[in-house]
Design a protein around this ligand. Sequence first.
Ligand SMILES: [Zn+2]
Length: 257
Amino acid sequence: MATPTYEIYAVKYGGPYNRPACIVNWFQDMDKTAQINYYIFVIRGGGETIVVDCGVDPQLAKQRNLDSYVSPAEALRRMDIDAARVKHLIVTHVHFDHISGIQLFPNADIYIQEKEFNFWVKNPVARRAPFLFVTDSVANRYLARQKGKKRLRLIRGDKKIFPGIELLLVPGHTIGLQAVAVNTAQGTAIVGSDLAHTFSSYKTDIPSAIITDLIVWMKSYDKVKAKVSSPDLLFPGHDLALMADYPKVAEDITRLA
Ligand SMILES: [Zn+2]
């Protein structure tokens, strides 16, 4: 049987937000400002709908005073996806903008790297200030409670989870960040999440400033570049161009491939 092809959608649930440019691209343009959006992604094809990342929960959005924000569940409704009925949820990493909304997907199997899970749930270092600041402790406790349940799929390294969909362990930004390689009509595309905040990181080799291991990060760049069919199919996690440069299918939703 032929491998199915999938479509990839970017779903913006927040932004644009101003950030120091040197956070978005490590030590670059120290005195400038850059803009980012918050996204989740949807992969559709072969009879499956797979959501990549959870976005920010409405309660945390309030606490963090996020303006230009809609609940990821509301954003998904614009493409007729009921978050509560989503069956497959890939968590790329456990930073708040990617994990916080996990309770919006109560019936989904959760695909997360075991290393990422173990660090955030078990390692006391994850409760030190710099880590606490970038995660959501409410979502973390929820994630911890999934331990031992069938829906929690702890992934070790690279793994094909559907024909034409492979999870790739690409650490550097976090200890167990994963990207998603997807068979599309244009070839193998990669939903890279925060392996790069913006397209420019893939071009310049300069990642964001939120780093756990810069040496392995470089190796992760080599890995995805070897895997993707063409550089324009390697998608970053926060670039405004994901909205601006692709066909719009609904409000704040574009088709990337
Ligand atoms: Zn992020």
